[in-house]
Design a protein around this ligand. Structure first.
Ligand code: FES
Length: 119
């Protein structure tokens, strides 16, 4: 069973292959923002992918990410299907500030490059 690691929370959730990142959080009763109910309308569930195996974005998710000018590493947790272990940053924890989230991504990637475990 794949594991979703939320790096900036230091939490890991197991999820069935093919389920979404949001489903993994909900199954673990994690505090997660998802205002539109998982309809790819609000972006409150957004994550940045540090590494891992996710299905390609659907046309709807791609439209949202490109339409709002998000960095390509952004995914919608309500749409992104987990195919294997994945590490992400929950953007709600930095108030959905894209630059702050990208700073966390850079930090996590640097830790990985230098062989230090993510939090
Ligand atoms: S919950 Fe609204 S876009 Fe994911």
């Amino acid at each position: 069973m794949p594991v979703v690691h939320v790096v900036n929370r230091g939490l890991k959730y197991k999820v069935a292959r093919g389920a979404t990142i949001l489903k993994a959080a909900q199954n673990s009763e994690a505090d997660w923002h998802w205002l539109c109910g998982g309809q790819a309308l609000c972006g409150t569930c957004a994550v940045l992918v540090v590494e891992g195996a996710l299905a390609q974005p659907s046309a709807l998710e791609q439209y949202f990410i490109e339409g709002w000018g998000y960095h390509p590493a952004f995914r919608l947790a309500c749409q992104a299907k987990v195919l294997g272990d994945v590490s992400v940053i929950a953007c709600s924890d930095v108030g959905h500030d894209q630059q702050a989230a990208l700073g966390l991504l850079t930090e996590a990637q640097s830790r990985k490059r230098h062989g230090r475990a993510a939090r």
